[in-house]
Structure formats: structure tokens, C-alpha cells
Design a protein around this ligand. Structure first.
Ligand SMILES: *[C@@H]1O[C@H](CO)[C@@H](O)[C@H](O)[C@H]1NC(C)=O
Ligand SMILES: *[C@@H]1O[C@H](CO)[C@@H](O)[C@H](O)[C@H]1NC(C)=O
Length: 380
């Protein structure tokens, strides 16, 4: 516990300009959802000599940063993940984090018996702030031991979590002795974090506010029981996350609709599965209805077992095209026959007719190609 305050002091001196407290201005009055920026740290202590630490940065549910333990550097996972912080300021923060991630395990191990931590144990830290800070309590610092709430930073001191017992009480008493640690935490939570978050929201604005329309399709799940059907409505690739999906009969919402968790795609869009368990005879006439901000009020409605108009139209178009091709093809053949007959009759016209023959030959080849590709389409 002696090394840590020294490191913190060092950081305070180097980054004095960075750490000057600012009066926080409320963000634009726009009625947007408050977003958080948080740093997550997970440290697994297997024994006295083996520790593994993961550090990452998150804007809401989007991972923006990770900590590279080998290089001791921040990895920026998105082009705008530096927000509006200067290179200088980011370098200071990175230098601090490097010292922190290096010394944290050592300090915890040195004090594990005083803190009554028993190997193997897991520590999780979550610290950050919310956009539109109205009061200081919109920043947070929570610590967990063995997966349960252990302590938090409230105002300007460490407080044991409810139900964490005397062990947490003891840890807070120890921690509260270190004024410099508390000062560092205050600056990080109440100054650096809100400023960084504001800059991040501005830099990533176009990506955060992009509207991507969902694709939706229906499928049948494993039967929930004899004579019953599980109807599944898949909604995929939408952004932003809020979406309304319901199984309907006409205008009537089906209350038995089951909504899954909204799952992330790697590209930052979302996927959702919404199911309905119905008697096999009652499935027809049901539809899945999707409302999403990207659809501009034009809800997606998919009917179960209904004749979908699009595949029918495609089939019809293919048939019509094929028929047309056959007709055109036979017309050309007829023309060629009569032209060949004319050729034998009048050898003087062979020049232009040769051109015509070549022309026809090219057209025939083209038609053959079309027919083959259409046939392939047809067989699929
Ligand atoms: C500590 O834990 C690691 C990982 O489980 C293990 O490989 C190593 O042998 C352990 N060392 C000691 C001294 O117990
Ligand atoms: C970054 O942007 C925020 C919000 O617009 C602003 O308050 C802050 O001063 C900016 N910081 C820097 C270093 O430019």
C-alpha cells in the first residue's frame, strides 16, 4: 500500500494540467438516453505468484478500449476511441495505467492476509461516469470480491457494500487511510471521465446515431409438446438497440409472446429472437410485427404460413423470361434458316450476309448463356 500512493502522487504531478478540476457543464438538452463510459478490471489471483488481469473500456455496451498487458498500452478499438483528448493527455493516462496495472496485483498480494482475501480469489472493478452529469453521484466506482459486491466509492470515501460484512468494512478502513488514492479516484471519476465521455460521444456521434434497418424472418422451433408449434421470429442487424417486436393476430398483441435477450453482432448491430408457443391449428393468421426507429413508421409484418408475395413474383418473372427466351430463340433460328437458303441462292450478297451470320451467331451464344444461367437459377 505504500507504492500505490507514491505512483498516484507521481501521476498527480506529471498531469497537473490534466487534473485541474473543472466545473462540469450539463450536456445538450437533447432527450437522449444517458450513456456511460466505464473501465472494467478483472483480476484473478490463483495463488501467491500467479495473477491475471484484464482491463477494458466500454461506452454503454460497446467495447471501445482494451488494455494490452504485454505492451502496457491502451488499444483503441474504434477510430474515434481517443475522443477529443490530446496525444499528450492520452500518453499521461497510459503511463498511469501502466504503473497501475503493474503494481495493483503486487499490492493486493502483499495485503491479501490483512484484507482477509483467500486464494484463489477474483476481484472485479467497475468505474466510470454517466453522460449528462447533473450531480457527482452520476460517477461510480464499484468493487466486487468473489463475484459479490464488496465496496464502492461514495462522495469522497470508500464504503462497504450492504451485506459484504466485516471483511469489506475492514478493507474500507484500510483504504480510507490513503488520502492520495482517494484524490486520484475523485479526479478520475468527477473530472477526467465526464470530459472524456463528452468528447467520445461527440467523436463517435455518427456511428452511435446510425440507423440500420433490421432483417426479419420466421422459422419453426422444436415442438414444445404434442400438437403444438413454436413460432420463431428473428430480427437481425438493427441499430440502435431499442426495438419492439410482438406476435399478433390481426391488431391483437399475443401476450404469450416470449422475448429473448438482445444479442450483439460483431459489427455493432443487434439480433433478437421472439417466440410464440401455439396449438398447431391456430398458427395461421398470426404475424410477427417489428417496430424500429430505422423503419420510419413502416413496421415489418411477417405472416405465418401466409403466401409471401415476393418469392411468387420472382418465380413468375423467371417463367415469363424463359418463355420469352424460347420464343425469341426459335424466331432467330427461323430467320437464320431463311438467310442460309438465300445465301445459297445469291452468292453476290455474301459480304453483308456474313456479317449478319456472325451477328446472329453472337446473339445465339448470348441466348445460350442466358438460358444456362436461368436454368441454374431454376434448379436451386
Ligand atoms: C499458481 O497457479 C498457476 C495457475 O493455476 C499454476 O500454474 C502454478 O503452478 C501455481 N503456482 C503455485 C506456486 O502454486
Ligand atoms: C472535449 O469535448 C468536450 C465536450 O464538447 C469539452 O467539454 C472538452 O473541453 C473538450 N476537451 C478538449 C481537451 O478539447
Amino acid at each position: 500500500m505504500f507504492l500505490l500512493p507514491m505512483l498516484f502522487k507521481g501521476f498527480l504531478c506529471c498531469g497537473a494540467s490534466v487534473l485541474a478540476l473543472q466545473v462540469l457543464e450539463p450536456r445538450h438538452p437533447a432527450a437522449e438516453e444517458p450513456l456511460s463510459f466505464r473501465i472494467l478490471q478483472i483480476s484473478s489471483f490463483a495463488n501467491h505468484s500467479w495473477v491475471c488481469t484484464h482491463g477494458s473500456g466500454w461506452l454503454g455496451e460497446l467495447q471501445t478500449h482494451s488494455w494490452d498487458n504485454v505492451l502496457g498500452t491502451i488499444r483503441f478499438l474504434l477510430p474515434w476511441a481517443q475522443g477529443n483528448f490530446s496525444k499528450e493527455e492520452l500518453k499521461n493516462i497510459q503511463a498511469f495505467l501502466k504503473l497501475y496495472f503493474h503494481s495493483f496485483p503486487q499490492e493486493v498480494q502483499a495485503f491479501s492476509s490483512q484484507l482477509q482475501f483467500e486464494y484463489p480469489f477474483e476481484l472485479q472493478l467497475s468505474l466510470g461516469c454517466l453522460s449528462r452529469p447533473v450531480k457527482a453521484s452520476e460517477s461510480f466506482f464499484n468493487g466486487a470480491y468473489q463475484g459479490s459486491d464488496f465496496l464502492s466509492f461514495q462522495g469522497n470515501s470508500w464504503t462497504p457494500s450492504l451485506g459484504a460484512g466485516s471483511q469489506a468494512q475492514n478493507a474500507c478502513t484500510v483504504l480510507n487511510h490513503y488520502r492520495v488514492i482517494k484524490e486520484i479516484v475523485e479526479v478520475a471519476l468527477y473530472d477526467i471521465c465526464p470530459r472524456f465521455l463528452a468528447g467520445l460521444l461527440q467523436a463517435g456521434k455518427s456511428e452511435l446515431e446510425r440507423q440500420v434497418k433490421p432483417e426479419a424472418w420466421l422459422s419453426k422451433g422444436p415442438s414444445p409438446g404434442p400438437g403444438r408449434l413454436l413460432l420463431i421470429c428473428h430480427i437481425s442487424g438493427f441499430h440502435p438497440k431499442p426495438v419492439w417486436v410482438m406476435w399478433m393476430r390481426g391488431e391483437q398483441e399475443q401476450q404469450a409472446t416470449q422475448r429473448g435477450d438482445i444479442l450483439p453482432h460483431a459489427d455493432g448491430t443487434w439480433y433478437l429472437r421472439v417466440t410464440l408457443d401455439v396449438a398447431a391449428g391456430e398458427a395461421t393468421g398470426l404475424s410477427c410485427r417489428v417496430k424500429h426507429s430505422s423503419l420510419g413508421g413502416h413496421d415489418i409484418i411477417l405472416y405465418w404460413g401466409g403466401i409471401s408475395i415476393v418469392p411468387t413474383l420472382i418465380c413468375l418473372m423467371v417463367v415469363v423470361t424463359l418463355v420469352l427466351l424460347v420464343v425469341v430463340d426459335s424466331l432467330f433460328k427461323k430467320q437464320r434458316k431463311s438467310f442460309l437458303a438465300a445465301d445459297t441462292q445469291d452468292p453476290r450478297n455474301s459480304g453483308p450476309q456474313l456479317c449478319l451470320a456472325q451477328d446472329l451467331w453472337i446473339k445465339d451464344r448470348l441466348l445460350e448463356k442466358w438460358k444456362t444461367s436461368l436454368n441454374q437459377l431454376w434448379r436451386r
